[in-house]
Design a protein around this ligand. Structure first.
Ligand code: GLV
Ligand code: MN
Length: 220
């Protein structure tokens, strides 16, 4: 029987309020058509940036040329990631999307990493790539992909891509965040400021000090 006593009413209102809250949060919905980021008025800790005055916004703001060229491959993994996030492409501010261009030299690895604020969808444009991710229960899913095939990485899960073809490879990845963030596992462990104590790493990986010293030296 339905009752209208104050306590039931209160319970009902609280339940409706809780149900309307998302069970996880993503970038918030925009409150205006656009808000081209004005970094000159931003503070270092901002993730959402103040808007450029509307009268200064032009068509050029909505175009990003930075991913036209293949970036230089200089890192130890043989990889170049051109970020098309809000920091590179200010018109993405508050729109909840971003995109990367990822170039792989032969044998290159996009090392295990995760994006705390976004799921990732990617398409292979050139070459042959082994794409894999690991669930929070340590189940590993992977597939070798060639040009035209797409893949998806659920938000926050550790994933990698390895160029398993004979030549270069290229993929384009997209995210449901204007700044998805990337926690790169090797750097998170071996290249932090200040350093994680060696004792923590020897114990974590169950190895001797010289192994940790050797790995650290690879990441500077
Ligand atoms: C690929 O995993 C990327 O983060 O661009
Ligand atoms: Mn990724």
């Amino acid at each position: 029987m339905v009752t209208s006593s104050p306590s039931y009413l209160c319970y009902f209102v609280v339940s409706v309020l809780l149900l309307s809250l998302p069970s996880h949060s993503a970038d918030p919905d925009p409150l205006q058509d656009f808000c081209v980021a004005d970094f000159t008025r931003a503070s270092k800790s901002d993730n959402v940036f103040p808007c450029k005055p509307i009268e200064e916004v032009t068509s050029d703001d909505f175009v990003f040329d930075g991913a036209r060229e293949k970036g230089n491959i200089t890192d130890v993994f043989g990889l170049n990631v051109t970020d098309g996030n809000v920091l590179a492409f200010p018109a993405l501010n508050t729109l909840g999307v971003s995109m990367n261009r990822v170039n792989f030299a032969p044998g290159a690895l996009n090392p295990p990493h995760s994006h705390p604020r976004a799921s990732e969808i990617g398409i292979v444009i050139e070459g042959t790539i082994l794409a894999g991710f690991v669930t929070t229960n340590n189940v590993y899913y992977s597939k070798v992909l060639t040009a035209g095939q797409m893949f998806v990485i659920p938000r926050g899960l550790v994933h990698f891509q390895l160029n398993v073809g004979h030549g270069n490879a290229l993929s384009i990845t997209a995210f449901n965040s204007h700044l998805p963030g990337a926690s790169k596992l090797p750097l998170n462990m071996f290249s932090t400021t200040p350093s994680i104590p060696d004792q923590v790493l020897t114990k974590t990986f169950q190895v001797d000090q010289d192994v940790i010293t050797s790995i650290r030296s690879k990441f500077g």
